[in-house]
Design a protein around this ligand. Structure first.
Ligand code: ZN
Length: 265
């Protein structure tokens, strides 16, 4: 019990710099914390997109307060980071060593990550990013451990059925199978530790279409669909992404690694 109290005190002292929750009334008061919006930094750049409907996706979320930044400015000063979750919707080919260190320091602090659509192919030659996002999308033919991996593929304007496979998971809770008119991806390699929560049904789509895992102290969720306005305005997609943000922020569900530790006694 004493250990728990000490742990709680430690958590309370650490929380403000991780989640940015300011003020003693909010910290440690679950109902007040739940009422506070999740602060999200949406990272873009390196790939075109329809800006207004994309920003509308986040403005539609009652529990989210979103800020938008291009990737070349997003990780410039991690000590002044003030967001609970980063939504990655970027796809630059490379990342500087400085940005690598900044990103990893944020993941050591438990900042949540939600990756959308083409973010799977960002920073394509940085192996650590494959581990962070949970998969490797091949922009060109490659070989890993003697196994050839042909270039991953995509198809625009497909009508894809998305099916939650773990309906009890907070990211897909309350969602039935739904259809989106969007772009498929296929042929990416999954990292072994991810938990698939959403599957796609289309011949040009890879089955794994959404997954969660933990990287360092951060919860990470990747969602494959998200090419354009037909997604951004869709009620099911909006719900999916908002629930992913809430989960990545630690507002819902539990953290798999912490669960395992608690079970050890
Ligand atoms: Zn796309």
């Amino acid at each position: 019990m004493k250990i728990r109290v000490a742990l709680l005190a430690l958590l309370v002292s650490v929380l403000p710099c991780v989640s940015g929750v300011a003020g003693d009334d909010t910290v440690g008061n679950p109902s007040a914390a739940a009422a506070q919006k999740v602060r999200v930094l949406v990272v873009t750049g390196g790939h075109g997109y329809d800006e207004e409907p994309f920003e509308g996706l986040f403005r539609s979320m009652p529990s989210v307060e979103a800020t938008f930044k291009p990737v070349n400015r997003a990780f410039r000063d991690p000590d002044k980071w003030q967001w609970d979750v980063m939504v990655l919707y970027h796809m630059p080919p490379t990342i500087s060593e400085q940005d690598q260190a900044a990103l990893l320091s944020l993941l050591d602090r438990g900042v949540g990550v939600v990756g959308l659509h083409h973010a799977i192919a960002a920073w394509n030659k940085w192996p650590e990013y494959w581990k962070i996002i949970g998969a490797r999308y091949f922009l060109e033919d490659a070989e890993e451990d003697g196994k050839p991996w042909p270039r991953s593929t995509y198809q625009h304007d497909a009508d894809i059925i998305y099916r939650p496979v773990k309906p009890e998971h907070p990211v897909t809770a309350g969602l039935d199978a739904f259809t989106l008119h969007d772009e498929t991806y296929k042929g990416y390699r999954m990292e072994p530790d991810v938990e698939v929560i959403l599957e796609a049904e289309h011949e040009a789509a890879q089955r794994e279409a959404g997954w969660v895992h933990q990287y360092r102290k951060s919860r990470v969720c990747y969602i494959q669909p998200g090419h354009g306005p037909s997604c951004f305005g869709d009620a099911n997609y909006r719900k999916l992404v908002e629930q992913a943000i809430l989960w990545a922020a630690g507002r819902t569900g539990s953290n798999p690694k912490e669960e395992a530790r608690t079970g050890e006694k």
